[in-house]
Design a protein around this ligand. Structure first.
Ligand SMILES: [Zn+2]
Length: 284
């Protein structure tokens, strides 16, 4: 699933291709893509508008328009946005086509069809409940610590909760916890400030490196979860240390990486480097 680094790369790639462009026509080929209004109303309201910026919040893409409204996109599992010449052959799984005023088309492709479009007056109506941006200055180790206080939920599960911190998904939660040496099953409220300092650093470093590497692309060609608008794939998957590497030796200690289910999500970790032994006081 595209997470913060993949969405960030998509936003950056789309900026020079979309900012200043006017939308001449909109065709929604999968009606359930549009949320909050009918696909017909969505198409009518977006037609004729100029895209004034491309932005991101958590895993959401934001396209502010010249009339003050915002087109919001969530790629979910396999959504991709590509800009191609209008005459280019239409690929499988294209569910929305926007004609732009320069002979190009913005096409939305989504093999699994879980993606979502919104067209709203106020983006807060969609993204208002999101937690802090993990790469922003307002996200501090103390902020992370405070958000975990009193929580018995496994730390991995809480990291996936977009209200705690925005933008992490299964890949980067597993990778960050490995880099911080924290057991994904550990009750979040048992993390000390020192643990949170390490986790905060690990989250930031993992995300920043993944952004630089163009994100992670996983899966076969047609069903690749993520491909940049320029058509190229990310390369951070080559730097994964635990994600989808069950049975492989841990890059630090050599123990086999384990895969378990946690909150119904597959979770990958090193049982030795991420060992958690509760203190006597906590287990009594
Ligand atoms: Zn290890």
């Amino acid at each position: 699933m595209p997470e913060l680094p993949e969405v960030e790369n998509t936003v950056r790639d789309l900026k020079p291709l979309l900012v200043g462009r006017r939308v001449l026509d909109v065709r929604i080929l999968w009606p359930r893509l549009v949320h909050g209004k009918s696909p017909e109303a969505f198409a009518v309201e977006l037609t004729g508008r100029q895209i004034v910026n491309t932005d991101r919040r958590g895993k959401y893409l934001l396209f502010p328009l010249d009339n003050g409204c915002t087109w919001v996109v969530h790629l979910r599992m396999t959504g991709q946005l590509h800009v191609v010449p209008a005459q280019a052959e239409v690929e499988r799984y294209v569910h929305a086509v926007l004609d732009l005023d320069n002979g190009q088309q913005l096409r939305y492709r989504d093999a699994r069809k879980f993606g979502r479009f919104y067209l709203v007056d106020e983006p807060e109506s969609v993204i208002g409940k999101l937690g802090p941006e993990p790469l922003s200055e307002s996200f501090t180790p103390l902020e992370l610590f405070n958000r975990l206080q009193g929580r018995r939920t496994a730390i991995k599960t809480l990291l996936l909760d977009q209200r705690v911190v925005a933008g992490l998904g299964n890949i980067y939660a597993d990778e960050a916890l490995f880099r911080a040496g924290i057991d994904p099953r550990r009750p979040a409220g048992t993390l000390t400030q020192a643990d949170c300092n390490r986790l905060h650093t690990a989250i930031r470093q993992t995300l920043a490196t993944a952004i630089r590497e163009g994100g992670s692309s996983l899966g076969g060609s047609a069903l690749t979860n993520y491909r940049r608008p320029t058509g190229v794939q990310g390369s951070f998957q080559r730097r994964h240390q635990v994600y989808h590497l069950a049975g492989h030796p841990c890059p630090v200690c050599g123990a086999p990486i384990e895969r378990i289910k946690l909150g119904q999500r597959s979770t990958h970790f090193c049982p030795r480097c991420q060992l958690y032994e509760p203190l006597g006081a906590e287990s009594s």
